[in-house]
Ligand binder design. Sequence first.
Ligand code: BGP
Length: 473
Amino acid sequence: MCLGFGGGCATIELVEWGGLGHVSSSNGFLWGSSTSGPQTEGRLAQDGKGDNLWDYWYRIEPNRFYQGQGPDKTSTFYEHWEEDLDLLLETGHTAFRTSIQWSRIFPEGRGEINQAGVDFYRRVFEKIKEKGIHLLVNLYHFDLPMALQEQGDGWENKETAYAYQEYARFCFKTYGDLVDQWITFNEPIVPVEFGYFYDAHFPHKVDAAAAVKVAYHTQLASSLAVKACHEVDPNYRIGIVLNLTPAYPRSQHPADVKAARIAELFQAKSFLDPSVLGHYPEELVEILRERDLLPDYDPFELRLIEENTVDYLGVNYYQPLRVAAPRYAPNPASPLLFEQFYEPYVMPGRKINPHRGWEIYEQGLYDIAQNIKENYGNIEWILTENGMGVEGEEKFRKDGVIQDDYRIDFVKDHLRELHRAIQDGANCKGYLIWTFIDCWSWLNGYKNRYGLVELDLESQKRTLKNPAIGLKN
Ligand code: BGP
């Protein structure tokens, strides 16, 4: 299959699928993949890492994880990192994004350092730089050190934001010479939604007031990290990764349109506006104020958020958010949930990834780009996650290799929309696929495979899938 980006500095044109590789480091556009520490590294008895929320939750409720697959082993990157990094070049990466596990550096969240963890990341990052690969490092991918949850109620406690800033500052000082772009948080709305509205992530609270506090303290932490980063070195670049799908209303009925507007306030603008514009959307503040849900804040913190906006954005995009006005009035005695404002809408005739059940809507990427251009000062951004999960992928194996042509088509179709957006002025500087080597997923274990490289869970053997081999040639 033939597609990719190429050409001169200003234009990006569709060219042969040289895939991630042969295209254009020449014009500086970044090609690569994203992953995270907790989803790849695994733990060894003597590695000194402390528990994070996932390690703890898995220990007490392994039954809540797909096929009992937890975060203890994942893809054993902690042991196989050298071999894995060799595959970066083989699969044509010019950029790579991973995350540091806070609990590997500070097992208790703050205080004593785990030197083995500090050295591990240093070695990994040095090797990535030796290979000439642009390195993006995220500081938080859903993985709060458990000690901070146990001792201080985690993100419900403002102190956690300051503990995070100390951790972040340590990382800027320790690895700043190796990291090209920093990221404060990955999809910070996800732990708020899944951990505090819905019973899907630990700590399983269903409590809107706690959710709002967690969201506010996370934003505060992100802004504190931006501040610390620029204090350590004003030239360091730092951003935040958000899932920015527009909310598409079922119809133009005013109730559906309102539902979509509120969905976007909760799901996207709650972090996008303070991170990029430096303030919260007034309508969101009003909704919270009316329900007596505003968190404790002081003017100093709001000023800090205003003065420490991000240098660039990371955008994750998998599927669109389609919503409709709620069908039923809420039961006044039930906890406040998103459904009181909007409910998911399953559009008849939508295009589907049948192997994962998620809608495919490539144009969403173009719409995201237009939104950033028109409403967020056309801030520089990178597509930091886009990819296709496939359940039972072994059924596509032929001659020993997974023939994932469907993934090539998926990427190709999204790149077309990205290309169109860039032609229309989008300030997008890179495309990172989710993911490099099949990795562990929070609730789905190894059910849905996303990798350019196949992982055999038994032997831990890595095998290039079809397009990855294509990239090599
Ligand atoms: C994103 C997360 C990733 C990854 C991905 C795929 O939202 O940032 O960590 O998990 O989704 O989703 P899943 O693993 O649920 O299929």
